[in-house]
Design a protein around this ligand. Structure first.
Ligand SMILES: Cc1cc2nc3c(=O)[nH]c(=O)nc-3n(C[C@H](O)[C@H](O)[C@H](O)COP(=O)(O)OP(=O)(O)OC[C@H]3O[C@@H](n4cnc5c(N)ncnc54)[C@H](O)[C@@H]3O)c2cc1C
Length: 261
């Protein structure tokens, strides 16, 4: 073997190696970009999302499932924040209202809204009229509250009616994160038993995470056999079913309250 042949071989190996490294790098970059979920929300502009499923949960509550642009897209909503939905009321006037999806960014390809529709409600009219295949204009994220795991030791939450959805979002994010040990104590008030939203999911959380999540239902018009609270949420109920204020309340315990009956 002469020297020239060996040198050529070296150059060939070097070039071959460089090409292989480049191919791996390009492949990894492609995989990374294709794996990185695409965020669907735009904080500045309304974007249209197609209604793909509508499930009536009670006479005035329905679950709406909207498709995201691709099967791997996520909505891109930080925990604790909400979206603005735009629609038309019964007079054809534009109306914009805030809503909190019951899905998280761990749910890819779609998002869900649980909506209580009031007979005279303006945005309620828009949702009542929506059919599968229609599009909803959505903008976000919105809101000042943003949950960070570990920001508090425990949450005491009180919610009324459809005010459960912001609480549900934070609770679900905490419980489904094995690294988040935050405790959640929720008092959820409604008029009748039938008005309770997401009951199956909430009871499922209480059964699956008994050391981390408790729920106390309060009804103004309870059924005959009822072992929850009766009437309006009282100071005594909060004292019994929410964590006691800690010496440093900012750090340890935070009370969240959302009521839309
Ligand atoms: C952060 C945030 C998140 C929210 N998330 C959700 C959600 O996930 N799901 C959901 O269903 N709602 C949610 N809401 C409430 C939602 O924004 C609207 O207020 C609700 O849908 C009613 O709007 P509307 O235009 O239909 O009624 P409006 O036109 O505002 O109200 C007209 C009339 O309807 C009746 N009515 C309307 N709303 C109520 C009420 N809350 N209590 C009693 N009577 C009422 C009253 O007679 C009222 O005078 C959320 C609100 C906030 C602030």
């Amino acid at each position: 073997m002469d020297m020239e042949y060996l040198q050529n071989l070296d150059v060939q190996l070097l070039v071959g190696g460089a090409v292989a490294v480049l191919a791996i790098a390009v492949g990894a970059a492609y995989l990374y970009s294709s794996k990185k979920p695409k965020v669907s929300l735009d904080p500045e502009n309304f974007k249209e999302f197609k209604l793909v499923k509508r499930l009536q949960l009670s006479h005035n509550v329905a679950k709406f499932t909207f498709e995201l642009p691709t099967p791997t897209s996520v909505l891109g909503l930080p925990i604790g924040q909400h979206i603005s939905c735009r629609g038309k009321d019964s007079q054809g006037e534009e109306v914009i209202k805030p809503y909190t999806p019951t899905t998280l960014d761990s749910d890819v390809g779609h998002f869900e809204l649980v909506i209580k529709m009031y007979p005279q409600g303006r945005m309620s009219h828009h949702f009542r009229e929506m059919r599968v295949g229609d599009y909803l204009a959505v903008k976000g994220p919105k809101g000042r509250f943003r949950y960070q795991p570990g920001q508090v030791r425990a949450f005491g939450m009180t919610a009324g009616g459809s005010g459960i959805t912001p609480m549900f979002q934070v609770t679900r994010a905490i419980l489904e994160n094995p690294n988040d040990k935050t405790k959640v104590h929720l008092i959820y008030a409604n008029v009748t038993y039938e008005d309770i939203l997401l009951k199956e999911e909430l009871d499922g959380f209480a059964a699956k995470y008994p050391d981390q999540f408790t729920i106390y239902y309060v009804l103004n018009q309870p059924p005959e056999s009822w072992n929850g609270g009766v009437g309006f949420v009282s100071k005594e109920m909060i004292q019994t079913h929410c964590p006691a204020p800690a010496s440093d309340i900012q750090v340890n315990t935070q009370i969240l309250c959302f009521v839309f009956l």
